[in-house]
Design a protein around this ligand. Structure first.
Ligand SMILES: Nc1nc2c(ncn2[C@@H]2O[C@H](COP(=O)(O)OP(=O)(O)OP(=O)(O)O)[C@@H](O)[C@H]2O)c(=O)[nH]1
Length: 351
């Protein structure tokens, strides 16, 4: 059986914003998830600090310049491939860009590596709140535009009203990317990757549950941001693939992640589809329904300040109605996102 494709998370941000701090935080709060790391040893990245963190399961280091300028598709495929093939295997790969890397170029580079062993799973932009209060970097808006999640870090260094104002400004270029204020990048790792060993509790336990997350966290509670929401939605009736994909493309502001099982009824091919949305990256895994399992849709949405009523209304409108006409190609709008060895797949980046 082929191994699962490993998500690659890109961590970008200007010099000193807190990228290494984030990486170390994730390594220390990995909840048994095995993390492979690629560091770009261009500036003052402290590899020793990573090693001291002691939980790096595999590492490649690039020290010949800035990752987005000096590396081509072949190099990145080679480096990520090494991490993806590490033994024992890793569950997620984090790429820490140098502080001078251009995030968009880096994301495109990872996307260009067309390799079934791994896939791009989002870009986290770390922004230095303290520095931004004094002088915003001229390229900040451009960087925010390509981010899936923005961490407004060093929030401990500025006043509450300054933080509120900065949040608004930072959100402007990309209203769909949640902006999370952090101190020392203490963010819930589950916003970035799925911990692998969380106890499974129910038939649908693969889905994210914020309550479970809170229960299973360690003693470090202050990294949970109070405005995160986890909204569950389910339907016994199938979803219309075209409407559902349009809904995801137009997703409500603040929505960052979605995960769960999907039933397309007659519009699908009978598969049990597992949906994974991280930022603008959508993937669908195809499987089969269990013999005792009745096809249905069960989804969980995670984000910041999601308008639950709008979300639910948008999803309700995706449910197949008696007025829907047969459409033999409708399934393609979802199935083209299927990641599988045997059928076509497409790497997805929503606008
Ligand atoms: N006060 C405060 N300091 C922070 C915070 N996050 C990181 N720092 C400090 O900021 C400095 C830079 O953090 P790093 O994590 O090394 O930043 P970086 O983005 O990896 O830096 P480069 O690799 O040079 O681009 C370190 O001294 C951190 O301890 C924070 O939220 N608050």
């Amino acid at each position: 059986m082929s191994r699962k494709s490993i998500p690659v998370l890109v961590i970008a941000g200007f010099l000193g914003s807190g990228k290494t701090t984030l990486l170390n935080y994730l390594l220390r709060h990995n909840r048994d998830t095995r993390i492979g790391v690629m560091v770009n040893d261009f500036g003052a990245i402290n590899i020793d600090a990573l090693l001291v963190a002691g939980q790096v399961d595999a590492m490649v280091s690039l020290s010949n310049g800035c990752i987005c300028c000096e590396v081509d598709t072949e190099d990145i495929t080679d480096m990520l491939g090494k991490l993806a093939s590490a033994k024992p295997s890793v569950d997620v790969i984090a790429v820490e860009a140098s502080g001078v890397a251009e995030p968009g170029a880096l994301a495109r580079l990872v996307l260009s590596a067309d390799d079934p062993r791994f896939h791009f799973a989002g870009l986290v932009l770390v922004v230095d709140a303290e520095a931004s209060v004094h002088a915003q970097h001229p390229e900040l808006a451009q960087h925010v535009r390509v981010a899936d999640l923005v961490l407004l870090n060093k929030s401990d260094r500025i006043a509450v009203d300054q933080l509120a104002e900065l949040r608004k400004q930072v959100a402007l270029p990309n209203p769909k990317a949640p902006v999370v204020a952090t101190a020392f990048c203490r963010v819930d790792p589950e916003l970035l990757f799925d911990p692998v060993s969380r106890p499974r509790r129910s038939r649908h336990a693969e889905q994210l549950s914020f309550d479970q997350l809170l229960e299973h966290d360690d003693h470090d509670h202050h990294h949970h941001h109070p405005s995160y929401q986890s909204v569950a939605w389910s339907s016994e009736r199938p979803l219309h693939p075209r409407r559902f994909v349009s809904f995801l493309e137009e997703r409500p502001p603040g929505l960052y992640r979605a995960k769960g099982v999907l039933d397309l009824g007659d519009y699908g091919d009978g598969s049990r589809l597992v949906l994974q949305l991280v930022g603008r990256s959508l993937r669908v895994e195809r499987g089969t329904w269990g013999t005792a399992e009745r096809p249905c849709t069960r989804l969980v949405f995670i984000g910041l300040d999601i308008d639950e009523a709008t979300l639910a209304a948008g999803l309700d409108a995706c449910v197949v109605t008696d007025d829907d006409c047969p459409d033999e190609y409708a399934a393609l709008s979802v199935l083209r996102y299927v990641q599988s060895d045997d059928i076509f797949h497409d790497e997805v980046m929503f606008q």
